[in-house]
Design a protein around this ligand. Sequence first.
Ligand code: GLY
Length: 307
Amino acid sequence: MKTAIMIHGGAWDIPASLHEAHEEGLMRALEAGYARLRETNDAHATCLSLLRILEDEPAFDAGTGSFLNAEGEVEMDAGIMSGEDLSVGAVAALKNIKNPILVAEAVRGNTQHVMLAGEGALRFAIKEGFRRVETEELLTGREKERYLALKKRKNVRIKSFFEQRPSDTVGAVVLDGRGRLSAGTTTGGTPYKLAGRVGDVPVAGSGFYADNRSGAVSATGWGEGILRAGLALRVMRAMESGREPGAAAREAISFLKSRINGEAGVIALNNEGRAGFYFNTPCMAVGYAGPAGIEYVRVIRRGEQEI
Ligand code: GLY
């Protein structure tokens, strides 16, 4: 059975000056993820550890490095799914935790629920033994400056960030040697969002999906559009009807653009280990490792993407 790992580090107009940081961050995660998959042959454990590493990379809008909301707070969304039993764990608008994806996994494993939000999610995390961190610990100078600049503006059109500016949500899809798939996505959301705003990322079927019978998907981009399209499930459905992962991703993004004028990127794996991605933002940061090792880690420009 073929193994495969695909990860993303956001889809937006990634300036050339940031390509290296993105590629290095993805490479570190993929190296660790590939080693983990070889060692454990466990798609879900690998997916979780990849997402935790990506949250710790300050280049991305997830965990450390998250955008600030309009009140100057960091509120994060994360979700993870096992394709074996379709179990899901997610957290929404979670503050003061270094690795929201680990709390999402604890929701999946230790509760009867799929998603916990806000204060309740934080209380659950503390009860599970996670350390409460101050917002300052999650902040980078880059995001403080962005917040202060946005605060001075009268009108902030959030969707424009996905046409020209950062959307560094991170995600992973993994297939192990036993045919098990896992998918997850984690984010600080959009810059200057309203407090309490929840995007696509913690919602199974929008920000991610995995089913051993067909494939696994993780999305990034303008969350409101991805939610309205049910984007991840659209990619799944296209794969289920026989489309290759790249073509399925393209079909779902075409729907998103034509019906909602949305901006997004998607990575997908099918249950035979074939991988693909598609995006309609100016760039997308992606990495892929097959059974023999890492094949590429790149910031790809629109037009260069392979199907
Ligand atoms: N896709 C990330 C967000 O909109 O929150």
